[in-house]
Design a protein around this ligand. Structure first.
Ligand SMILES: [Zn+2]
Length: 986
């Protein structure tokens, strides 16, 4: 209403209001201002809890296959009693974990939620070598379903829903999300494990190659029927967390438990040991530990057994419980081979912020401590020991399955013991992703181009098959079974729920790693190949603070940040990066060099077949297979996507293309599908529950952004705020009765034909450059509205709630705002309201010049003359959208629009303070009457004519509160209207 509001044009590039209307009785939703006579919410919405389940990397075709094999009872039940997407759904680009989960959570694409990849760069960081991980706190720039549900007063529980711990504001309900690591992991062996220590060194694992000795000094141990042996296992603290977790020793007592006159060792007993001092002379006393005491044993294992060993952290984490798992992999009867494997000491990340009044939160055992002390220690699949060759495939798989079993224990504790009944359960598992990474390429006989896969059942591609296809197929299936079991537990605990079972991405076989940094070096773009993901070599110091304009720029010109098959290449651009070295005028030249380097990449081992699927320039990321991956400051300047079986992770230093032990990958083009080659980048999607339809035929066209808004609809909560997807009527039990009324609104346009500028990130370092980017403007608005109009199933209208003219920039103002109206015609506005700025020049100009030029009606029900007369201003003669209702010249109280058989009455209203905000006399014969009475009268009249839904819009604001609970004159007005389904303000 005043000039300061002009700034809102930028943030309100477009406001989407989707009303769902039930045929017959009218039922709007998403309206916080529901009025007495507006009809009740859609039957069924909000009556049932909701389970949002994601199995990382789960594919629809594999779920279908395992359902066929009767291995997935929970998924089978969903499939039989609900609906599924045709080959699941389309995920965001790149279809990787860091983007996919965020897209499911927010209902919008990475271009808007800002989680661009598992690892990415935020341009403007003071240090060009820095990088950002997807699930770091505060990274998401869009609202999530969990936050929306909590704002609406619902109870949310999140167990292994990736990223839930990093929401800002934090979830108040119980959250268990991944784990923190406090020690090394590795093996102790008394024989030379093949490939060691090179494999362990490469992956940063510990390889303790030892000899066993005769046991001495032990007490309270079982009798050994062969001479007992001993060793000591060291579990070394991580340098970064040494304060919380010191190095630890565990004494191993290896013995023969069978009294059979045979040398057949079969067990190892494990007890906390005394750590040798640095000089290896005195034994350092660990408090309460005497060493070599069977009475303090933490495990007594046969070969193949796992132990779960708890430890108590120190320092900052004093008294907190963490733990690790240990497996006796080899106990040869003659001890020719003895090997134990230990996982990292870890602690589950758990929080229950809203638990002050709940049981189970009180000290000394808070929620996080209970989760870690009373339940199996936090663990999950770990590719490194497998790829390093220090453990076998079965051990890897067992470890992964331990993790998923943990999730079920945590969930049962939260629901059964703490008594938390979630309205929304966010539940996930990573095991499907992990096992697919390790085995998919080993069980896929054929490549996309028809070639035989040299790694099919042949880990080393040495021509000798492993004979493990069935075993490895079984491993992948076991991950899906674990996911099925976890989801089954969720459904058992949260009864009567509507369920979505989906994924963050699909999978393809992979076994060749491409070294993106090496390619940049070979192309001469950087001098030295970068030493790791998203970094530079040699490290460069920011030039901030060295204001010598003559100093030549130093440092790498570019770097690559990758995950799976997608690499984003960022230029170290002058002005954008605080230590930039690439001048702006060279931007396109360097980008073209990068494009050429990658586009030309072929694989000589395969007759120079192409390795790269597509290279995108930054600006082309706006539409990747229909998804939006263009973020103003976080997208790469060039983005490269590979073809399977190539990918970027775990590249071999110095080699552009080399074998990789990742046998499955994601991050290819999101619509990549070739089942003959076991390639499917789509994510699974099944839904079932009391609010979900039953359908035999899989539904095409579902996108990952659709799930959060549909889930919010089923929960009957507003939001998430930035959700861009469609509510999926077709999957709803009552979907056939619904029509969607899509209203696109921008207010206070103020003739902003040209863009404004805003920064797209909030880098906190004082040396950072939060660069500004063009926002809004007519060109952007039209594209934005077109995108929404294109997907609105029952049609859309575009409206402005007043003040589209007046207080405009020179490009419009200089021409008396006629350009603003012409631009609104081109954008395709369907109606505008009348605010104070509409009368800056005066009523004659508004109704005599502006209104006739507009190809849309101006609407106001409360702009009236004293005697109800129709002053002689010229009426618009141009065609208008909708059907103008008879009224004073130049404007009408309302207009009626039709949406697939449903009539919507749109009533305009004006702000009552127009006389105070404009010069005297500018309203001429008009005055602004009480909007509530005028709206109610017009609504009654329209309903009398059979109009089924009513929306009022005008130049009045919600001036306080927040998006979830707004306050102010618009909210007051909405509360007093009768028979109005939604109110749109400024
Ligand atoms: Zn993955």
């Amino acid at each position: 209403m005043d000039r300061r509001r002009r700034s809102r044009v930028v943030s309100l590039a477009g406001v989407l209001i989707a009303l769902l209307v039930l045929l017959g009785p009218i039922a709007p939703v998403a309206a916080w201002q529901a009025t007495p006579e507006a009809t009740p919410a859609v039957s069924g919405a909000g009556d049932h809890p909701f389970i949002f389940f994601a199995a990382d990397g789960a594919r629809q075709d594999l779920i279908d296959r395992y359902i066929e094999a009767a291995a997935l009872p929970t998924y089978a039940d969903l499939a039989a009693n609900g609906v599924q997407g045709e080959n699941g759904l389309l995920q965001a680009f790149p279809p990787n974990t860091g983007t996919g989960w965020a897209t499911l959570s927010t209902g919008t694409w990475p271009g808007e939620h800002g989680s661009m990849n598992n690892t990415f760069f935020r341009t403007g960081e003071p240090d060009f070598a820095s990088s950002t991980r997807a699930f770091e706190p505060g990274i998401l720039q869009a609202d999530t379903l969990g936050q929306a549900a909590e704002r609406a007063g619902q109870t949310v529980v999140a167990v292994e829903w990736a990223g839930a711990r990093a929401y800002d504001p934090a979830l108040q309900g119980p959250v268990v999300d991944y784990r923190s690591f406090y020690s090394d992991r590795g093996v102790l062996a008394n024989y030379d494990v093949p490939g060691q220590p090179a494999g362990a060194d490469f992956f940063g694992l510990t390889y303790q190659r030892v000899d066993l000795g005769d046991a001495d000094g032990w007490t309270n141990v079982p009798e050994s029927f062969s001479p007992a042996q001993q060793q000591q296992l060291l579990v070394t603290g991580n340098p970064g967390t040494a304060e919380s977790n010191p190095d630890r020793a565990f004494d191993l007592y290896i013995y023969d438990s069978t009294d059979d006159d045979t040398l057949n060792y079969d067990r190892v007993l494990i007890a906390p040991g005394l750590l040798a001092g640095d000089d290896a002379t005195p034994l350092a006393e660990t408090e309460g530990t005497v060493g070599k005491d069977g009475a303090t044993a933490v495990a007594d294992l046969a070969a193949g057994d796992w132990a779960d060993i708890k430890v108590t952290l120190t320092g900052e984490a004093e008294g907190q419980t963490a733990g690790f798992h240990l497996k006796a992999i080899d106990i040869a009867p003659d001890l020719s081979q003895f090997r134990v494997y230990y996982t990292s000491i870890a602690r589950a990340n758990a929080a229950y912020n809203g638990c002050d009044d709940e049981p189970g939160c009180a000290e000394p055992l808070g929620f996080a401590e209970t989760i870690n002390a009373e339940f199996p220690s936090a663990v999950g699949a770990d590719f490194a020991p497998l790829e390093a060759g220090v453990i076998d495939e079965a051990t890897y798989v067992e470890q992964g399955l331990l993790g998923t079993a943990n999730s079920e224990s945590y969930l049962r504790y939260i629901v059964d013991t703490l008594g938390v009944q979630p309205d929304l359960l966010l539940l996930g598992t990573g095991v499907t992703d992990e096992f697919s990474h390790q085995f998919l390429g080993l069980v896929s006989p054929t490549e996309a181009d028809g070639n035989a896969n040299p790694f099919f059942d042949d880990l080393n591609a040495d021509g000798t098959t492993d004979g493990l296809v069935d075993a490895r197929e079984g491993y992948i299936q076991s991950a899906y079974e674990a996911a099925d079991t976890l989801l089954g537990a969720g459904r058992e605990l949260v009864t009567g729920a509507n369920v979505f079972a989906t994924a963050d991405h699909g999978f393809a076989p992979a076994y060749w790693a491409v070294n993106a940094g090496e390619l940049l070096a070979e192309a001469g773009i950087v001098d030295v190949a970068q030493g790791g993901n998203c970094t530079v070599s040699p490290p460069i110091e920011s030039t901030v603070g060295t204001p010598d304009p003559e100093a030549p720029p130093v440092g790498a010109a570019a770097k690559a940040c990758w995950a799976g098959a997608t690499a984003a290449i960022y230029l170290n651009l002058v002005d954008r990066e605080p230590g930039g070295v690439v001048p702006e005028e060279d931007y396109d030249v360097v980008r073209e060099q990068i494009v050429a380097a990658f586009e030309g990449l072929t694989d000589p081992a395969y007759g120079d077949r192409p390795v790269v699927a597509e290279v995108f320039l930054n600006e082309e990321l706006r539409d990747v297979a229909g998804t939006d991956a263009l973020h103003p400051s976080r997208s790469g300047d060039v983005v490269v996507v590979l073809n399977p079986p190539y990918q970027f992770d775990a590249a071999t230093p110095g080699e552009v293309i080399a074998p990789s032990q990742f046998f499955g990958q994601h991050g290819y083009l999101p619509d990549l599908l070739n089942l003959d080659a076991n390639i499917n980048m789509y994510a699974a999607f099944l839904a079932a529950g009391p609010g979900i339809a039953q359908g035999e035929t899989p539904l095409p066209g579902i996108q990952a952004i659709d799930l959060a808004p549909t889930a919010a609809f089923l929960l009957d909560v507003p939001g998430p705020h930035q959700a861009r997807g469609e509510i999926l009527y077709d999957i709803l039990a009552n979907g056939g009765q619904l029509r969607q009324v899509t209203i696109l609104n921008v207010t206070d346009f103020h003739g902003q034909i040209v863009p404004l500028f805003a920064s797209a990130d909030d880098l906190e370092d004082e040396n950072a450059n939060n660069a500004s980017f063009a926002v809004g403007g007519a060109q952007a608005l039209k594209a934005w509205f077109n995108a929404y109009r294109a997907v609105a199933p029952d049609g859309a209208i575009v409206i402005a709630a007043g003040d589209a003219i007046g207080a405009t920039p020179p490009i419009s103002n200089y021409f008396q705002d006629l350009p603003a109206i012409e631009m609104m015609n081109l954008i395709g506005f369907d109606a505008d309201a009348l605010g104070n700025h509409n009368f800056d020049i005066g009523w004659e100009f508004m109704f005599g010049t502006i209104a006739p030029l507009a190809e849309f009606p101006y609407l106001s029900a409360n702009l009236v003359t004293e005697d109800g007369s129709d002053p002689a201003a010229p009426a618009s003669t141009t065609p208008v959208a909708g059907t103008p209702v008879a009224g004073p010249a130049g404007f009408a109280p309302s207009a009626v629009f039709e949406f697939n058989g449903v009539e919507l009455g749109l009533i305009g209203f004006s702000n009552t303070d127009i006389p105070q905000l404009t010069r005297q006399g500018s309203l001429g014969p008009y005055r602004v009457a009480d909007p509530v009475a005028a709206i109610n009268a017009e609504a009654e009249r329209l309903r009398g004519e059979g109009v089924e839904a009513i929306v009022a819009f005008g130049h009045v604001g919600a001036t306080g509160g927040d998006l979830a609970n707004p306050t102010g004159p618009l909210v007051d007005l909405a509360g007093q209207t009768v028979g109005v389904d939604a109110v749109v303000g400024d």
